[in-house]
Design a protein around this ligand. Structure first.
Ligand code: MN
Ligand code: MN
Length: 301
């Protein structure tokens, strides 16, 4: 093992906290343009709350909540359980969440009504709803890229069955694996380049400046901001200030930047704004998932 289990667990916690931080930081800017954010906040760098969902400062949205559904299912079942995940998502939808994407709602409802575990392939289901909840799959499958792929597709296809979404989810999972293992940004860039070689739509240089909920735009924004970043803080600020689907680009980039830059790099002023119970649960779940992973169970391939 290249480094201590403690460092790995710390990076895993940072990935999950990073997701919640990006979600809460970006949510007030969701659906705003870059110009609207500039007029309203100058540069958005604090957890101000508000936005179209009228959030409390530090409040998280569907991005964090769906990731929690998956993480809790893995921890409760002490392993991979697609029905456990689907049941948690169904219970979440019934709880009338503050926000839920249309494609996610449809997929979860089809599970509730018909038991559908895999939505039909659809070239139009290219939203970022499956990618935003990838993080727990990355933690749980650490050390086994074949397991990463199979678990990714099962969780993603509950709501999104689309080649671009699938490829993006797997790529984000692989990048998370690299960051958790303490690997370089160059090695993560190689994963991004492989995705782009397969699907040139994901090319992000030059950056087109679109940060919509379309998974291609979302991933371009995440790549553009992550690969130029020098710190967790600057990475998240640059990302959410692109506007558009700012909570989701923030959540996804927060996972990568959290794992890459580490727990100490997460600004205390942001962490303080998050709900304390949520932070405690995230820390517990992150550790449980990594402890269940092949990486820490001698099954790494
Ligand atoms: Mn959201
Ligand atoms: Mn969003």
């Amino acid at each position: 093992m290249p480094y201590s289990t403690e460092e790995l667990l710390s990076r895993a916690r940072a990935a999950f906290i990073g997701l919640a931080v990006g979600d809460a930081l970006g949510a007030p800017a969701e659906f705003l343009t870059r110009g609207e954010i500039r007029d309203k906040y100058g540069v958005l760098k604090e957890m101000v709350g508000g936005g179209w969902l009228r959030l409390k400062p530090g409040q998280v949205t569907d991005d964090t909540q769906m990731a929690l559904c998956i993480a809790r299912a893995i921890a409760e079942c002490r392993g991979w359980s697609p029905t456990g995940i689907a049941d948690n998502l169904a219970a979440w939808l019934k709880s009338k969440p503050i926000d839920v994407g249309d494609t996610c709602r449809r997929g979860i409802r089809n599970y509730m009504l018909k038991g559908t575990m895999e939505t039909a392939p659809n070239q139009w289901d290219g939203g970022n709803g499956a990618a935003m909840r990838m993080m727990p799959v990355g933690l749980f499958t650490l050390g086994d890229s074949t397991l990463l792929e199979s678990c990714t597709l099962q969780q993603a296809h509950l709501t999104h069955n689309n080649a671009l979404s699938d490829a993006a989810c797997i790529c984000l999972g692989r990048m998370l694996h690299l960051a958790l293992a303490g690997r370089s940004m160059t090695s993560m860039r190689r994963e991004a380049d492989q995705l782009i070689a397969q699907f040139p739509n994901f090319s992000f240089d030059p950056y087109k400046g679109l940060a919509t909920g379309y998974v291609v735009d979302t991933v371009q924004t995440v790549f553009h901001c992550f690969f130029r970043s020098r710190s967790f803080e600057s990475c998240l600020i640059e990302t959410v200030n692109q506007g558009g689907d700012a909570d989701t680009t923030g959540a996804i980039v927060g996972v990568l930047a959290g794992a890459y830059f580490g727990e100490e790099a997460i600004p205390a002023r942001w962490l303080k704004k998050l709900d304390k119970k949520l932070v405690a649960e995230i820390n517990d779940l992150s550790e449980s998932l990594v402890r269940l992973s092949p990486y820490l169970n001698g099954k790494a391939s």
